[in-house]
Design a protein around this ligand. Structure first.
Ligand SMILES: [Zn+2]
Length: 457
């Protein structure tokens, strides 16, 4: 449904094209169309959503409007949508786009009497658009997509990685747990230097291999995303535990464990390696930019009920329960009602995400975490794999999940979370789940059977 002819339009008013309409909707409405034709169409709300190289703008209308037209104009590059008899709802506030958006500005004009023109100013570059209507509620949806995403180089302060040295290289390994931010920043720089240098032949080879082969060849890439950071502390719990800190610590440990589990050469990247704020859209964009094979966002849960405990894993889809919607709203820094709206405008986008693979990844990580934790804490509650509209997962081009490791508000789990032993168990559980998903057989747990073996000569 790409409105191709309109793309060529350079002159005002020229190059109009009638938009493709949903036939059923059109037929249903055409019977009633004539008498209502001159009545005003009110734009009641305008919503938008952006992720890397993609923006969706949705116009909510008080009734169906099927005779709108659109086109593209240059200098500045822009897209317009003309709605005959269009009106804005009184007191309508024009929303602003955020800096990551490929749309820059929205404005409304009136080139002729009885014609409302919505103009979306676009960023320079090749941007494709697609316009379609949806019923219930009546909407005009404008999808904008950048055709080739420019590879922005990650700055050293943004990117951190832990890469297992190939045999024979002299590079020293970081200290245990990579706990010194300064130390890991240095490692991040060194590795990105290397990744850039090799990226062309490496990328070519990577693309020719299936995922497991890629990891066996040492060309796999995993992105771990410690939730929150900086001015966004996330949930706070008992014993002064703060989600952003615990998530970062466990992510670092998980990176270390993965480094030991995976064959040499594979890369594990962290979206942040210190206490800094990061926009949600920048996190998946980081994973896309690095062409990651797996994206795992690491979080800790909270509840008004102290009894509530357990581990759960989410993939991006319409919320499976009201609690999933509530959690997704909290994790996305928005309200349930606003997220319900977002859920409606994003449904088809969610369907296009890698649902099957993400489900497999979620199952592998959830199972592995529960198995690992129950070895030490038999009563651990398995809350299972669930679905929710988590903003941080929208737009990821690889299997992606969000895990809620434990409840910071549950006395027992909070007490355990303060201990290294529990954090290590959590990290091992996640790392082994990821390793098994990418098809790398996981070694037997360290420290388990050898003691028994030696005890029985
Ligand atoms: Zn969180």
């Amino acid at each position: 449904m790409l409105d191709g002819s309109a793309d060529r339009s350079g002159k005002r008013g020229a190059g109009y094209s009638f938009l493709p309409l949903i036939p059923a909707l059109f037929m249903g409405w055409s019977l009633l169309a004539a008498p209502a034709a001159m009545a005003a169409v009110r734009v009641t709300a305008l919503r938008h959503f952006s992720t890397e190289g993609y923006t969706r703008v949705v116009l909510l209308l008080d009734r169906e409007s099927l005779d709108f037209r659109s086109g593209r104009l240059k200098n500045p590059p822009r897209l317009f949508v003309d709605i005959p008899s269009g009106r804005l709802r009184p007191g309508f506030q024009m929303p602003a786009f955020d800096k990551t958006s490929i749309a820059r500005k929205l404005r409304v004009g009136r080139p002729r009497k009885n014609l409302m023109r919505l103009v979306i100013e676009l960023r320079r570059g090749k941007i494709r658009h697609k316009i379609f209507t949806l019923p219930n509620p009546n909407r005009i949806v404008i999808d904008l997509r950048e055709i080739r995403i420019a590879k922005r180089r990650p700055g050293p302060s943004q990117a951190h990685s832990v890469k297992r040295s190939a045999p024979g290289t002299a590079r020293s390994r970081p200290g245990p747990g990579g706990r010194s931010p300064a130390g890991n920043d240095r490692i991040g720089r060194a590795i990105f230097g290397e990744m850039r240098k090799n990226s062309v032949p490496e990328d070519k080879k990577r693309r020719s291999l299936k995922m497991t082969a890629r990891f066996r060849a040492g060309l796999g890439r995993i992105v771990l995303d410690p939730g929150h950071g900086g001015r966004d502390p996330g949930a706070s719990g008992l014993y002064g535990l703060v989600e952003k800190k615990v998530a970062l610590e466990i992510s670092r440990r998980t990176a270390e464990v993965l480094r030991d589990l995976l064959p040499p050469g594979n890369t594990v990247l962290l979206t942040r390696n210190r206490d800094r704020f990061m926009e949600l859209a920048d996190r998946t964009s980081f994973a896309n930019r690095h062409d990651a094979d797996v994206f795992v966002s690491i979080h800790l849960n909270s509840s008004p009920f102290r009894r509530t405990r357990g581990a759960e894993t989410y993939l991006l889809a319409e919320a499976s329960t009201p609690r999933a919607l509530e959690l997704a709203a909290r994790e996305s820094g928005t309200t349930v009602s606003r997220l319900s709206d977002l859920q409606k405008i994003l449904n088809d986008l969610m369907l296009r995400s890698k649902v099957t693979e993400s489900h497999q990844l979620a199952n592998a990580v959830q199972k592995s975490s529960v198995v690992r934790l129950r070895r030490t804490y038999p009563g651990l509650k398995d809350l299972g794999v669930k679905r929710g509209p988590f903003y941080v997962l929208v737009g990821a081009q690889m299997p992606s999940i969000l895990i809620e490791l434990a409840f910071l508000t549950n006395p027992e789990e909070a007490r355990r979370l303060r201990k290294k032993k529990y954090r290590r168990a959590l990290s091992e559980g996640i790392a082994k789940g990821i390793a098994s998903f990418v098809g790398i057989p996981v070694r037997r747990a360290s420290g388990a059977s050898p003691i028994t073996g030696r005890a029985q000569p």
